[in-house]
Write a protein that binds this ligand. Structure first.
Ligand code: THU
Length: 130
């Protein structure tokens, strides 16, 4: 699947967003190390802090489904120009060896960045391995 196609899948996932508070619909599509595509959307909560971002939803769906690494994460927001992952989601990506993060630029074309771009000098799982 091309980056543009993966962004289309993320945009479809964003249609399933539960965002009655922000009205900011975000979707994510991840490709696992096994090549499976898994999606997620942001899921908000009346207790705002309990809300779940689209990226976290997609990654935890994939890992909960048995994957142990994620190759690509694509993110689309339907109600804003450029959606860049929040700090917490960057750290979640850091855990699962994400190689590429594909964002949708304001004109809709894919922009690819790395976890290192988004989270330099990060703390990761190897620090806790012998
Ligand atoms: N949000 C995401 O799902 N992903 C992002 O990359 C940025 C923000 C969600 C969280 C919340 O439901 C809404 O967008 C507004 O912050």
């Amino acid at each position: 699947m091309t980056d543009a196609e993966l962004l289309d899948v993320a945009a479809e996932a964003a249609e399933r967003s539960y965002s009655p508070y922000s009205h900011f619909r975000v979707g994510a599509a991840v490709v696992t190390d096994a090549g499976e595509v898994v999606t997620g959307a942001n899921i908000e909560n009346a207790a705002f802090g309990a809300s779940i971002c689209a990226e976290a939803n997609a990654i935890t769906n994939a890992i909960g489904g048995g994957a142990r690494a994620i190759a690509v994460v694509a993110v689309v927001c339907l109600d804003g120009e450029l959606c860049t992952p929040c700090g917490n989601c960057r750290q979640i990506m850091r855990e699962f060896q994400v190689e590429r993060i594909v964002l949708s630029s304001p004109d809709g074309s894919p922009v690819a960045v790395t976890v290192e771009d988004l989270l330099p000098m990060s703390f990761g799982p190897e620090a806790l391995r012998e």
